[in-house]
Design a protein around this ligand. Sequence first.
Ligand SMILES: Cc1cc2nc3c(=O)[nH]c(=O)nc-3n(C[C@H](O)[C@H](O)[C@H](O)COP(=O)(O)OP(=O)(O)OC[C@H]3O[C@@H](n4cnc5c(N)ncnc54)[C@H](O)[C@@H]3O)c2cc1C
Length: 316
Amino acid sequence: MIIVFLEHKAGQIKKLSLEALEMAHQLASTEGISYKAMVIGNEVLSPNPGNYGAKELIRIATNEKLSSDQIASVCFNVVQSLQPKYFIAGLSTLMKGIGGQIAIKTQSSLISGVSAFRRDSGKSIFKKSVFSGKAFAELSPISDKTVLTVMANCFNSTIKSEELATENTMTFGIPSAKIQSIETRLIQGKTPLTEAAVVVSAGRGLKDPSNWGMIEELADLLGATTACSRPVADVGWRPHHEHVGQTGIAIRPNVYIAIGISGAIQHLAGVNNSRKILVINKDPEAPFFKAADYGVCGDLFEVVPKLNQAIKKLKN
Ligand SMILES: Cc1cc2nc3c(=O)[nH]c(=O)nc-3n(C[C@H](O)[C@H](O)[C@H](O)COP(=O)(O)OP(=O)(O)OC[C@H]3O[C@@H](n4cnc5c(N)ncnc54)[C@H](O)[C@@H]3O)c2cc1C
């Protein structure tokens, strides 16, 4: 049996959790086993996990907002009680922190950042990207329980049924938190970079922070989230939470638009798993063109305003 851990925001299941559910669905049908979803909280979930194939939803009912160590403890208790073969979750910020803890406490193998799997000689073999996306590794667990975290944008979640999942509540004593949350400040109005389908990113080629208006306009037109290269965040032109790359956030949007960014290896490490990459750069030798699906070789100060005009015209 497989348990899929669902993360949600006020009941709205996160896209990455739906992808984890999709992986569970595919793995369960390949191995001929069942899968259930689990959620922490009292909120009514949207969409219903039953629509994505989970026949049962295990609910750990609580009105409290749990800290990461408390969530790890709840997951440990669920795994100890139900002894699933696989515990699957999206490779979110939360799971990057506690996936290892859950694996150690439940004496499970851990394979983090799974992007695909295949069956060979009766074994499931899981694929993940290594060395900042420059190579793939294939791993097969050797213990009877495995924690798998799923890389974003690798499994396309699809609606499978109109049936709703049957809910069963499990109750555990939740230990007091070891971490106290002082404050969480949400960045208003924008999809977080790790969940954005389209990202518009700019670098030092913009020359000055006052030139970012056209980048923001392009992002607004496309319903995209903005990102930037590291030097731009380092000098304070853009906030640090926008910095993508080896030392910043790693993202896998459907479309990544890189404007005035050279495509240094440390930048590519965080974005080269995007589905499609569009590069705008005036230097035909810019390394980013080698990683691009589409490239515009030209002056961004001419290309971007024209692109914005063209999109506005199309929208009208
Ligand atoms: C340990 C380490 C970790 C690092 N981690 C990261 C990281 O996580 N993320 C990251 O981004 N970097 C990282 N870096 C820095 C990285 O090596 C590069 O220096 C950085 O990515 C370059 O940023 P950039 O492309 O914006 O600037 P530049 O390298 O200066 O490139 C600017 C680009 O804009 C183009 N351009 C200029 N004017 C125009 C114009 N008018 N029209 C069109 N194009 C134009 C130029 O042709 C050029 O290609 C790291 C470096 C180290 C050593």
